[in-house]
Ligand binder design. Structure first.
Ligand code: SF4
Length: 143
């Protein structure tokens, strides 16, 4: 997984205010992606660019399938694709990837008790594992 750039091209960080959150709605994510900085060589739609110099492309690397990504690289380097279209592609795949996570999150939001149930079950399993380990240790030490 490559390091994701924030929406301003710097390291993605809450303190920079440039992060995309798992809880962001599709519209919020769209508003963050569409104005993102791109390769500065692409001043005009007809200027070729270099995906390696573009923060948007780090999102492509994380979310867009290789075949589609190859098209983007070619389109960027030949100015065959505009940055707007390129961002629309990454947005589509990013939203697709986040949808099941957000759906799950919404389920927990509606029923927070579920989280406590999961924690309780995890605690139970951890206690059982600790008891079993301690039994082995006691036996080994002859207690
Ligand atoms: S086409 Fe895509 S990869 Fe190339 S500079 Fe624009 S946003 Fe970045």
């Amino acid at each position: 997984m490559p390091k994701l750039a924030g929406t301003d091209g710097r390291k993605m960080s809450k303190s920079y205010g440039n992060a995309i959150y798992l809880k962001d709605s599709p519209e919020e994510i769209r508003k963050k992606i569409m104005p993102m900085k791109t390769d500065t060589k692409r001043q005009r739609r007809t200027d070729p660019g270099e995906p390696a110099d573009c923060p948007v492309f780090t999102l492509h690397q994380a979310f867009v399938p290789q075949e589609k990504r190859d098209e983007i690289v070619e389109g960027c380097r030949t100015a065959g694709i505009g940055c707007r279209d390129c961002k629309a592609v990454v947005l589509e795949y990013l939203l697709k990837a986040l949808a099941p996570i957000q759906e799950r999150r919404a389920g927990f939001e509606k029923n927070p008790g579920l989280i406590w149930d999961i924690l309780e079950e995890g605690n139970g399993r951890a206690r059982a594992a600790a008891r079993a380990t301690m039994a082995i240790v006691r036996e080994a030490l002859g207690f």
